[in-house]
Design a protein around this ligand. Structure first.
Ligand code: B12
Length: 433
């Protein structure tokens, strides 16, 4: 009877697992992520834990150990309020890092807690903290027209609360609908990642019946429109936005259950499978692996704790091969913002070993030209360039150091992962997002 029912069901309502691409290469990627997760020198990242949990095969011992590391990272700063089970208001200095709420990271950690086996109820105080960060973001968006963090983090916050079946104020949700309606979700050229996070969050609220019928209908229409516009944005190569936003677009198709009916889905999966070498860092692997297993973050809400296969083994990423000889790279620093003293602040040829990354080139520049200075900050994605020639990109002013290859193509990786060619011109441009 059940079999008959399953056969009669339209493809769109089959469980997401049936959209899993049949690829052995995916297992190799999972093993690589496991290798990176087992490296104690790397700080724990809740997105990595989520990817391990959403995989088909596991190393359960390593996952338990990784979860412990996450607990110490996340529950320590919130520890005092956890012990008091107090209100965030009593401990307001904990709410921010350099004055900004921690909406996105806390949201990912809470998603991780729901993905444990058996799923853990999050400490009440942590849910309160996330709601508090969201409210701060929401107030920020009323004052500045956008959240203090970003719509990406705001969307993750709503999604995490929804996955834990916690209600969110209607006004907080409406902020996302308004931003989507006015096309304000994008930043710096690519909006796909952010739109996709928001679409998955809205789909969650609608599906888990956390809102009234009228709002649910609005959320459904908004998420459908976003899913359609993502399919329309697909290039002839199958990529949606760029190769790193394509996994997020796929999450939308999976969450909405349209992976069988949406032709863009198969083309995007094929594009990912053709470009697997682009996913070499823990952060990019963590974003691509769930969709290669046919899963979206919405599936975390319905994860069942059954017999889990425990046979995944770690593989270490091979170090980049050394290349003989040297190369010369032209390094240009630009400050085109209205308050800048002059446009071109630096323009020099820098010589570096042939295999040098952009980060190595920047280091070589400091030795060859003492006037040149820079700083980076470690993030889950790698080193984030924060300061060049003493000029700090100010988060509050939405400034950042944009990385481009001449004449004006933005790089798709961190300074540590980009290997410039001999003779290439690289531009560090202070920009607004
Ligand atoms: C918002 C965002 C930005 C904002 C961040 C500011 C802010 N206060 O939010 C701005 C516009 C500054 C930005 C810049 C860049 N970004 Co960006 N960004 C994102 C986005 C949409 C969300 C990040 C986020 O909030 N994550 C959630 C929080 C909880 O995690 P987090 O670790 O705390 O996030 C911080 C870091 O991710 C950091 N960050 C953001 N982008 C990047 C990129 C790199 C390479 C590094 C090292 C750090 C970094 O800022 C975040 C907020 O503090 C992601 C999308 C995605 N799919 O991940 C792209 C994304 C991470 N960015 C990307 C890229 C390529 C860049 C740039 C290199 C673009 C460029 N050519 O200049 C620059 C970084 C240059 C530099 N100075 O080193 C790629 C990275 C791909 C990869 N190979 O890893 C992504 C995946 C987008 C994409 N689809 O291409 N980004």
């Amino acid at each position: 009877m059940w079999l008959l029912l399953v056969l009669l069901l339209p493809p769109a309502v089959l469980p997401a697992q049936h959209c899993e691409p049949p690829a052995g290469a995916v297992r190799a990627l999972s093993s690589r992520l496991l290798g990176l997760a087992g490296d104690p020198a790397r700080g724990p990242d809740p997105a990595v834990y989520l990817a391990l949990r959403l995989g088909g095969d596991h190393d359960l011992r390593l996952e338990r150990h990784y979860l412990q590391r996450l607990h110490s990272t996340f529950q320590h700063p919130y520890g005092r309020s956890l012990q008091d089970s107090g209100h965030p208001g009593q401990d307001a200095e904990l709410s921010t890092d350099a004055g900004r709420p921690q909406t996105g990271r806390l949201a990912l950690y809470l998603l991780g807690l729901r993905a444990t086996c058996p799923p853990s109820e999050p400490p009440r105080a942590l849910v309160t903290w996330l709601k508090y960060h969201l409210e701060e973001d929401w107030t920020g968006s009323r004052q500045h027209g956008r959240p203090l963090t970003s719509y990406y983090q705001y969307g993750l916050g709503v999604l995490a609360l929804c996955v834990h079946h916690k209600r969110v104020r209607e006004e907080v949700i409406r902020r996302l609908l308004t931003a989507q309606h006015h096309g304000r979700l994008g930043h710096g050229g690519t909006a796909v990642d952010t739109e996709a996070v928001v679409a998955v969050a809205l789909t969650c609220l609608e599906r888990r019946r956390l809102v009234g019928a009228r709002l649910a209908a609005e959320l459904r229409v908004a998420a459908q429109n976003m899913s359609r516009s993502m399919a329309e944005a697909q290039g002839p190569d199958g990529i949606i936005g760029n190769i790193y936003s394509t996994p997020w677009a796929l999450q939308v198709f999976l969450a909405r259950g349209v992976c069988h009916t949406e032709p863009a889905y198969g083309r995007a999966v094929a594009a990912l499978l053709e470009n697997l070498e682009a996913f070499g860092t823990a952060a990019t692997l963590a974003q691509v692996l769930p969709v290669l297993h046919g899963r979206s973050y919405l599936d975390i809400a319905s994860m069942r704790c059954g017999e889990e296969s425990d046979t995944l083994t770690a593989v270490d990423i091979e170090p980049r091969p050394e290349a003989p000889g040297n190369k010369t790279v032209r390094l240009v620093v630009e400050c085109p913002l209205p308050w800048c003293f002059e446009l071109r602040l630096f323009d020099q040829r820098v010589s570096a070993p042939a295999a040098a990354s952009l980060l190595d080139v920047l280091r070589a520049a400091t030795e060859q030209e003492p006037r040149f200075t820079f700083h980076t900050q470690d993030t889950a994605q790698g080193p984030f360039l924060t300061q060049v020639l003493g000029l700090e990109a100010r988060q509050q002013k939405r400034n950042y150091w944009q990385l481009l290859t001449a004449p004006s193509t933005p790089l798709l990786t961190s300074v540590a992962d980009y290997i410039p060619r001999d003779g290439e011109t690289l531009i560090l441009r202070l920009s607004e997002w």
